[in-house]
Structure formats: structure tokens, C-alpha cells
Design a protein around this ligand. Structure first.
Ligand SMILES: [Ca+2]
Ligand SMILES: [Ca+2]
Ligand SMILES: [Ca+2]
Length: 461
């Protein structure tokens, strides 16, 4: 069976014709090839069997004349109707070993018959010399004889391990299967033949989970200063279980490995630091099919929440205020601390600052100011508010300590009468009502009552 021209153009449609080239003698000779030669009683080469149609052998002395004759044979062969179909798949097993499945069927309404099924591997352009080397025989599965009824199929299952020549030239590997009349010698009609070329179509579930590419249900977002959570879209596949793989793409974060849960929490992270992740899924096939990566999404861990508010130097017109605690990357990106001051006066408060201590200036002497603070990370995610805490600028009309309403130099029970008169009448003989304003907000109201009582109790204690 020596045809070099076919299958590479001309009138022959690639893939519609299966040839196996056998070298019964000389280079490339095999026992299987010799047996085939015996089957066909080959007296010499070149020789061509058109199984079921006619025999050509010997050269005419004109290569083009030979090919013309072969084309005639091919046309006759192609005109013969058949009710047999062959489909093939090849799945990798390990290394250069592939599991080859040939499914041979007789069409519904066809004629049941016993057939001898051949499955062989050839390597195109082999032997490398001589040049008549198309689809040279390499190895064969044991033939199987099967009766296949109309509308029925037979599966032929065989592992082929490809030799070094083949494995080094994978694109030239072909699997050829045919169903032949089960006779002891040729001629023997061939009912159908099929060629499988590299890369092989594979059997079973070859489809990655959906969605493909992967998508996010919820992109990464901070849970705390040390934890980020993210949720992949639920992936579906005909072959469960589906597993997810969250990969750290930015920063010293943690890749999940293959996990069953589509929610992933990465812990042990640094505060107010950027991290990025992408995710994909795989199905339960071995080896698994994997969808394409999702877009990479980044986020920032939360910044630390202030632990309190404290005050530094306070003058008639300025207040130095600190958000207590330590803050990671406070000067980076949109990070900052907001000092909310009521009433909103002067300069320096009620803006985002990349410092945990600020000095508010331009304030009114002897006036109460109330502060609340919060921090935000590089992504502007804010902490809870801390406070309120109030403080009073020095100075003002109260020339004594706040609470010393009767101006005797002490804050004690002697101040109660003045405090009460100031509260009721806004004035009193011998009383400085500005000294009764012992708590925020500025001015005398019920907030000052409890604060004044606390002052008295403190003075007693
Ligand atoms: Ca799948
Ligand atoms: Ca007093
Ligand atoms: Ca007050």
C-alpha cells in the first residue's frame, strides 16, 4: 500500500482517505507488515491494494501514469456506499501513552455483519529515507472480530505508546482504523476506514467550568486590618466537584490552593496595604479542565481604628489634638485621619490629614470644642468614629478655674449657690457665670450640671 501523493492535495480531500504504507522488506519492515504482505500475497513492490475494489501492483514505468490509475481506483472506491461509520478519540494516559477509542457502528437501516477491526499507528514521513514515506506503519492493536447489527456500535479500546521517532514528530502521528471483511487472505472488502490526526480529539468532558473565563461574585474587600474576603462566582460543570483557586497577585498575601469553597478569606495580612487576587475553577475530570483566570482585582486592608483622643498644648486660640494609636501607611495614597471639631471654627480641623496629631488655630478663648476622629485606608474605607471628647481653650472671661463660680480660688461646695443662680438667672452677686460653663457645649445648660457635680465630687475625693 504505497501511495505518496494522496492526502496532500489533488482531487483527494484531506481526511477522507486512509492509507497505511507497509515496508515488508528492507528498512522499516515489521512482522505486522510482513503478515499483511502475506495476507495479500504480495509478490513485489510497489503494490497497491484498493480493498474491495481492485489490485494494482507493479510500476508502469511512469509515476504520473501510476497516479492517474490510482485516482481512477480511488474514484471507484469513493463511489461505493457504506453503512459503517468509525469515530475515534485519543486521551493522554501518561507520558507518550494514549488511550485510543474507535467506535465502529452500523447505521440504522444498514446490514448487520461481522467485521475485523484494525487500529494501527502510522508516522507520516517515516521511514525518513527513502522518500516514499507517507504514513509508514509503526504499530497495531490486536485485531478484533465483531458482529455489529444495524443501529449498533462496538467500542475498540487500546493504549498506544508512541516510540521516540513518533513522539519527536507528534504532528505526524496518525491513527488509522478500518473495518474489513474477516477473511484469511486478501482481497477482503473494507467497509469503512478513518484517520485521526494530531492533536487527537479527546473523549469525555473536555469543557472547563462555566463561567469561562472566571468572574467575581464579590471582588476582594477588607474585613479587618489583617483579613480580606472575596467570593468567586459559583462555577458549574457536568463533572463535579468544582474547585476554586485564588492566587495572590500583589503583595505578601496567600494563594489558596485548590479549595471547595468559593468564598476565600486571606488572613495574616498587614494593615492598610494593597493586595490583589485572581481566581479560576477546575472540574472533577482527571486531568482537570480549568477555566481562564478572572480579572485581577485589588483592595486594601483596613487601617487601624484610633484608640482614643488626647490633647497636647492648649492655648487661648489653639488646640493640639492627637488621634491615639499607630497607623500603618498613614501617609500613603488616600489614607488619613479626619478630626471633626464642633463648633467648626479656626483652621486645621474638619479635613483629612495624613498625620495623627494636628494643631487647630484661630479659636476663641475660653470656649469648648468637641472632637471625634476616624481614620481611612488607602482605598478610603473608614474606621468607626471615636469620641466625642471635649476640651476648652484657655482664657476668656472666667478668670479662675472652671467651676470656681464664686471666685474664691477653690472648686467646692461653696460654689453651688453661684452655680445655681447662674443656671437660673444667668447672673448672681459675687458670681462669675462664665466659670459655671464647665462642660461642652459652650454656654450654661444642663450638660454643665452633671459636669459640675463631678467636679465637686472630685474635689471632695
Ligand atoms: Ca467539565
Ligand atoms: Ca469657689
Ligand atoms: Ca457648657
Amino acid at each position: 500500500m504505497l501511495v505518496n501523493e494522496y492526502g496532500v492535495g489533488g482531487s483527494v480531500e484531506p481526511g477522507t482517505l486512509a492509507f497505511v504504507q507497509i515496508h515488508p522488506w528492507g528498512g522499516g519492515a515489521t512482522t505486522w507488515g510482513s503478515n499483511r504482505a502475506t495476507f495479500y500475497s504480495v509478490p513485489g513492490t510497489p503494490m497497491n491494494w484498493w480493498d474491495g475494489v481492485r489490485l494494482d501492483y507493479g510500476g508502469s514505468g511512469s509515476t504520473s501514469g501510476d497516479y492517474d490509475r490510482y485516482r481512477t481506483s480511488l474514484g471507484i472506491r469513493g463511489g461505493v456506499a457504506t453503512d459503517v461509520t468509525i469515530e475515534m478519540t485519543g486521551n493522554p494516559v501518561t507520558g507518550s501513552t494514549y488511550n485510543i477509542i474507535a467506535t465502529v457502528c452500523v447505521e440504522g437501516g444498514g446490514t448487520g455483519k461481522t467485521m475485523r477491526i484494525y487500529v494501527v499507528q502510522v508516522l507520516d514521513y517515516w521511514p525518513f529515507t527513502p522518500t516514499y514515506h507517507r504514513n509508514g506503519f509503526k504499530q497495531a492493536a490486536n485485531t478484533e472480530d465483531h458482529y455489529i447489527g444495524a443501529g449498533q456500535c462496538q467500542v475498540i479500546d487500546h493504549d498506544f505508546t508512541f516510540d521516540t521517532d513518533s513522539w519527536n514528530n507528534q504532528s505526524d502521528i496518525k491513527i488509522i482504523a478500518w473495518a474489513q471483511e474477516p477473511l484469511a487472505s486478501g482481497p477482503a472488502d473494507v467497509y469503512q476506514a478513518a484517520v485521526m490526526t494530531w492533536p487527537f480529539p479527546q473523549a469525555g468532558d473536555q469543557t472547563p467550568p462555566e463561567p469561562h473565563p472566571m468572574t467575581w461574585d464579590t471582588t476582594p474587600e477588607p474585613v479587618s486590618t489583617t483579613e480580606i474576603t472575596m467570593t468567586a462566582t459559583e462555577a458549574t460543570d457536568e463533572t463535579p466537584p468544582v474547585e476554586y483557586y485564588f492566587r495572590c497577585e500583589l503583595g505578601d498575601c496567600t494563594t489558596s490552593g485548590w479549595v471547595a469553597d468559593r468564598v476565600y478569606n486571606d488572613t495574616g495580612l498587614l494593615a492598610n496595604t494593597e493586595y490583589a487576587y485572581k481566581v479560576r475553577a477546575q472540574d472533577g475530570v482527571e486531568p482537570p479542565n480549568r477555566n481562564a483566570w478572572s480579572p485581577t482585582e485589588s483592595t486594601f486592608t483596613h487601617i487601624e481604628t484610633p484608640t482614643g483622643i488626647s490633647f497636647g498644648t492648649i492655648t487661648d486660640n489653639t488646640i493640639e489634638v492627637t488621634a491615639d494609636g499607630s497607623f500603618t501607611n498613614l501617609a500613603v495614597g488616600d489614607s488619613g485621619i479626619y478630626f471633626e471639631m464642633t463648633p467648626d471654627e479656626g483652621t486645621g480641623a474638619n479635613v483629612w490629614e495624613q498625620s495623627q496629631t494636628i494643631t487647630v488655630s484661630g479659636l476663641t478663648p475660653g470656649t469648648w470644642y468637641t472632637f471625634e476622629v476616624q481614620a481611612r485606608n488607602q482605598g478610603q474605607a473608614t474606621t468607626p468614629w471615636v469620641g466625642p471628647v471635649s476640651v476648652r481653650t484657655t482664657g476668656g472671661s472666667c478668670g479662675y478655674d472652671p467651676g470656681d463660680v464664686n471666685q474664691d480660688g477653690y472648686v467646692d461646695g461653696e460654689d453651688i449657690q453661684c452655680f445655681t443662680e447662674c443656671l437660673i438667672y444667668s447672673s448672681g452677686v459675687g458670681c462669675d457665670c462664665d466659670c459655671a460653663d464647665v462642660a461642652a457645649p459652650s454656654g450654661l445648660d444642663m450638660d454643665d450640671v452633671s459636669a459640675f457635680v463631678s467636679l465637686l465630687l472630685a474635689s471632695v475625693g
